[in-house]
Design a protein around this ligand. Structure first.
Ligand SMILES: Cc1cc2nc3c(=O)[nH]c(=O)nc-3n(C[C@H](O)[C@H](O)[C@H](O)COP(=O)(O)OP(=O)(O)OC[C@H]3O[C@@H](n4cnc5c(N)ncnc54)[C@H](O)[C@@H]3O)c2cc1C
Length: 357
């Protein structure tokens, strides 16, 4: 093994040792984030020209899967940071990319997304972030209900809705007057993500920070909608941790073998399709169906691991209880209505007999 590989393995081991703490403590997991920077994670998705490693497609998904199987909290925070970077890259001017991406790649600054109010949150209510176009700037007034890493963020990719229903997407520096970060929300898992609300009180956003719009449903036009392959990949990564644990247990407990093999097969199927979609694209319905399979897989695998770990797995220090709690996150995170419906259909037993046995 080369020294770079042994270094990476040592860093991943250290990250794994901190995963319980990152999940439980309501505090920014600075040690885990630092280990990720040393692994190069801050540079994975950013193009070479901006100081990144330019990973994309299958190569990037492989890294996300491995990271999620090691520490889901760190992987989740990175996924939100990378979602912000991707939107800056895809929609931002060259000048904005040059201004922001190199320092994000170097880990000097942190960016996140606060876009759920445009996609999957509060859709049954009126716009939560009202926006006015003032020519050379926009006014943002309202609420982003969910922002991961909010208190740590220098920039939030966010948006709002104009009077006529059109929306904008932009980069909001959190230092701007009128930006108020709330306290971390009390979560059942992933506490270290310090997810919080951000309120904007008549915040003035100069036009140079605009990424897209004003347009109809700014995030469902083209790239950047909710529930992408990265979300399914993180579910697969968490499932992998549980399946690997089951495999180790099955080595000495033959009764677990059939269950382990079925779950391993299901994980391989999800991985194969993820890679195919990363290479070839594919229609949105197939991505949704894959998300539902990844959700069902992560719930089944983590609960099988907990059942195998028995009462000992229910103790706080055991990873099985953490995996089982974390798996529930995929029922609510970045889950647009078609993905939520497909997940429910997948979880529904084929007939009543399955429940009565
Ligand atoms: C830990 C965590 C971290 C997250 N991080 C981020 C992030 O960094 N960035 C980001 O953009 N998003 C983030 N999200 C948001 C996430 O992707 C979803 O948008 C969010 O989970 C949707 O949940 P909601 O309660 O806001 O949904 P809502 O649809 O707003 O539901 C709110 C409540 O209203 C009720 N309700 C829903 N629909 C109706 C209806 N039609 N009629 C009546 N009542 C209804 C529901 O029962 C629910 O209790 C995060 C979410 C979580 C849980």
């Amino acid at each position: 093994m080369t020294s770079a590989v042994t270094d990476s393995l040592a860093l991943l081991e250290a990250l794994s040792a901190l995963a319980g703490q990152a999940d439980l403590e309501v505090a920014w997991p600075s040690q885990s984030w630092e280990l990720l920077q040393r692994l190069g994670g801050g540079r994975w998705c950013i193009a070479h020209e901006f100081g990144g490693l330019g990973l994309a497609g299958v190569d990037l998904l492989d890294q996300y899967e491995h990271l999620a199987s090691t520490c889901l909290t760190t992987a989740f925070i990175l996924s939100q940071r990378d979602a912000a970077c991707r939107r800056i890259r895809d929609y931002g001017s060259v000048q904005l990319c040059r201004q922001l991406l190199p320092s994000l790649a170097a880990g000097k600054h942190f960016a996140t997304v606060g876009v759920s109010h445009l996609t999957t949150s509060r859709q049954h209510l009126g716009p939560t972030m009202v926006t006015r176009d003032q020519g050379d700037h926009f006014i943002l007034d309202g609420l982003m209900p969910w922002v991961t890493g909010a208190a740590q963020a220098d920039y939030v990719v966010t948006g709002g809705t104009l009077d006529d229903g059109r929306q904008i997407l932009g980069v909001l520096p959190t230092r701007f007057d009128g930006v108020h970060v709330g306290p971390p929300l009390e979560l059942m898992a992933l506490a270290g993500s310090i997810t919080a609300e951000i309120r904007c009180a008549k915040v003035k956003l100069p036009r140079q920070w605009l990424l897209a719009g004003p347009t109809e449903r700014v995030l469902t036009q083209g790239r950047g909608g909710a529930g992408g392959l990265e979300t399914s990949c993180l579910a697969l990564g968490l499932a992998r941790a549980a399946v690997e644990y089951l495999g180790t247990e099955a080595g000495t407990r033959p009764s677990l073998r059939a269950n382990f093999q079925r779950l391993q097969q299901a994980a391989n199927g999800v991985r194969q399709d993820l890679r195919r979609f990363a290479d070839e694209g594919g229609p949105p319905e197939q991505h949704t169906a894959l998300r539902a399979r990844a959700n069902a897989l992560v719930l089944r695998a983590t609960q099988a691991a907990l059942a195998a770990a028995k009462g000992t797995g229910f103790l706080r220090q055991h990873p099985a209880q953490r995996w089982a709690r974390q798996a529930l996150f995929f029922l609510v995170w970045s889950c647009p209505a078609p993905a939520a419906e497909a997940t429910l259909a997948y979880l529904h037993p084929p007939d009543d007999q399955e429940c009565s046995h």
